[in-house]
Write a protein that binds this ligand. Structure first.
Ligand SMILES: [Zn+2]
Length: 229
């Protein structure tokens, strides 16, 4: 049973639950594709490039679409499943039921501070004509403020690039350490882009040892699969 980020009759925004790995979930979704369905993956590099998955990228004989190096994907192709991989980094889900456009992004601290949430919404607007007020956004399970401790240079980058996020940064236990609320900063980026329908998962992947992989907790190589279908 996966985590469900938001429910809409026509869409599922999910996040696999440990011990199932991203690879296992990917195979399960691939096997469950309907006729002509496709599943897309990306090679995540902590950047802000968002790729549009379009008809010309599809090969008739391949069910898997490789979007290459990027951290976000958007599509309007029916039956397309978009996926990303996570172990603490925040998954972002977007769906516009009016235009039937969906997107997924990967927001670690670099993607968050460089506003991949805004880039993804902007792509939905400029390429697909989506209106922010029609977009549903989901901020999925990821590392919470309780466990995302960073040093001064990271906190300073947030203060410099996103000056409004100061209330989402707390002083840590030790001098020069800070706790940052990545989920709330991503939610605010969505609000600033005009999106009002935002669901934020309360699940901290570090805290939820039984159900989540966490790179920060134990350096795991295992990942969750975030998907929208
Ligand atoms: Zn936590």
């Amino acid at each position: 049973m996966d985590f469900r980020i938001f429910n809409d009759d026509s869409i599922t925004a999910g996040f696999s639950r440990a011990p199932q790995t991203a690879e296992e979930k990917f195979e399960e979704l691939k096997c469950g594709l309907s006729d002509g369905g496709r599943i897309a993956l990306m090679h995540q590099v902590h950047g802000t490039k968002v790729v549009c998955i379009t008809e010309d990228m599809l090969k008739p004989w391949e069910m898997v679409v490789d979007a290459g190096e990027c951290d976000g994907m958007v599509t309007a192709i029916p039956g397309m499943v978009l996926t990303s991989r996570h172990a603490d980094c925040i998954p972002l889900y977007f769906y516009d039921p009016d235009k039937d456009v969906k997107a997924v992004s990967h927001a670690g601290w670099r993607g968050t501070v460089n506003a991949i949430a805004s880039v993804t919404i902007e792509t939905m607007k400029s390429v697909y004509g989506c209106r922010p007020e029609d977009i549903k956004a989901g901020i999925g399970p990821g590392i919470g403020r309780c466990h995302f401790e960073v040093s001064e240079d990271v906190a300073a980058e947030f203060r410099e690039k996103l000056p409004w996020c100061a209330p989402m940064i707390d002083k840590g236990q030790k001098p020069g350490k800070y706790y940052i609320d990545l989920k709330e900063i991503n939610a605010e980026l969505c609000r600033l882009a005009g999106v009002t329908d935002i669901t934020v998962s309360p699940v901290c992947t570090y805290c939820q040892e039984a159900e989540c992989f966490s790179y920060r907790r134990n350096g795991t190589k295992l990942r969750h699969l975030a998907y929208i279908k």
